[in-house]
Write a protein that binds this ligand. Structure first.
Ligand code: IPM
Ligand code: MN
Length: 367
């Protein structure tokens, strides 16, 4: 029997509660599809930091590097200054483990969960490939004359050709493989006759960020011809925000830098039904990847058994798919769709009609 070793970081706030349900559903999928999951828990997070004064102990990254996958609940603790845990755990792991892709699928499962008028699940089904190691997140910058009226703060966006190329390559390949090569329904007849099966939209700001996005633009143009079945498309980030609301059906795969990817995926999460369902994967295709829900640790709901675990369950599904158990991943998503459509009242915390544990049980039972 195949078996997988997975590091588990439940983290802070509601992280442990949603992680429990994600692991429960994963176990049910493993039993059904005949593989074994060995969980290796780590207590990194706010409580440990308050107790020991260290965010990640020495050697933690080296230890985590031995796993192909990490499952992360959430980080963020009300008694810890913002930034310490986010930078010290989440961003540190994304960077040191070179998880250069942040993959965020956006899919509406049920019409009533969408805040947009007249949009249905057929209209909202795209995926964002966010660059995850560079840009404004690289930490380049500094202050001069700090705390004086002359203070200067500089925060630079770092964009390398290697970083853009590897991200674009991942996005083109994903576009080519998505739906098993079956044509995307948003293509025009001309595109179909030209042999296109998918669309990749570069989301940038070439009209203002004339250095950073010029590099992205040239890299995109240079790579495109290697993927003749992928229709190349471009949109400015502000226009994307408008179209996510007005015409989300225009998108198939979107590729963008770290900061724009952060922002547009929060908007995207809202049109797919909220942070209760939005999941993502921090991917290093050749190393250690880390799966998480997009939402945070939701301190005010901690311990109440009311938080929606579906995003965490979706993240687990992505993880199993990434590990090569694609049937299990697909079965989890189908079970989620079934349970949402047949049982769940609302995707919001406390209004699901069921507790966190019950939602986990329902999805595990629907596999
Ligand atoms: C996300 C989060 C993180 C980010 C924060 C918590 C550092 O917002 O995963 O999108 O900005 O990437
Ligand atoms: Mn974010």
């Amino acid at each position: 029997m195949k078996s997988y070793d997975i590091a588990v970081l439940p983290g802070d706030g509601t992280g442990p509660e949603v992680t429990r349900e994600a692991l429960k559903v994963s176990e049910a999928a493993a039993a059904k599809f005949g593989f074994k999951l060995n969980w290796h828990p780590y207590d990194f997070g706010g409580d440990r930091y308050l107790r020991t004064g260290e965010v990640l102990p020495d050697g933690a990254v080296a230890e985590l590097r031995r796993f192909k996958a990490i499952y992360l609940g959430a980080v963020g603790h009300p008694q810890v200054k913002p930034g310490i845990l986010e930078k010290g755990i989440l961003l540190r792991l994304r960077f040191e483990l070179e998880q250069y892709i942040n993959l965020r699928p956006v899919r509406l499962y049920r019409v009533q969960d969408c805040p947009l008028k007249d949009k249905t699940p057929a209209d909202i089904d795209f995926i964002v490939v966010r660059e995850n190691n560079e840009g404004l997140y690289a930490g380049a910058g500094g202050n001069l004359f700090k705390d004086t009226p002359h203070e200067v703060a500089v925060q630079e966006s770092i964009n390398t050709r290697r970083g853009a190329d590897r991200c674009l390559k991942y996005a083109f390949e994903l576009a080519m493989k998505r739906r098993g090569g079956k044509p995307w329904k948003g293509l025009k007849t001309d595109d179909v006759s030209a042999g296109k099966t998918a669309q990749l939209t570069l989301c940038g700001k070439t009209n203002v960020l004339t250095y950073a996005f010029d590099l992205w633009w040239r890299a995109f143009q240079a790579m495109g011809p290697q993927y003749p079945t992928v229709k190349m498309d471009y949109a400015h980030v502000d226009a994307i925000c408008m179209w996510f609301v007005k015409n989300p059906e225009w998108f198939d795969v979107i590729v963008t830098d770290n900061m724009f990817g952060d922002i547009i995926t929060d908007l995207a999460a809202m049109i797919q039904g909220g942070l209760g369902v939005a999941a993502g994967g921090n991917i290093n295709p050749d190393g250690t990847s880390m799966f998480e829900c997009m939402g945070g640790s939701a301190p005010k709901y901690t311990g109440l058994n009311v938080i929606n675990p579906i995003a965490a369950i979706n993240a687990a599904g992505m993880m199993l798919d990434f590990l090569g158990e694609s049937q299990a991943g697909a079965a989890i998503e189908s079970a989620v769709i079934k349970v949402i459509n047949e049982k769940i009242q609302s995707l919001a915390a406390g209004r699901m009609g069921y507790s966190t544990t019950q939602v986990g049980d329902l999805i595990a039972g629907a596999l």
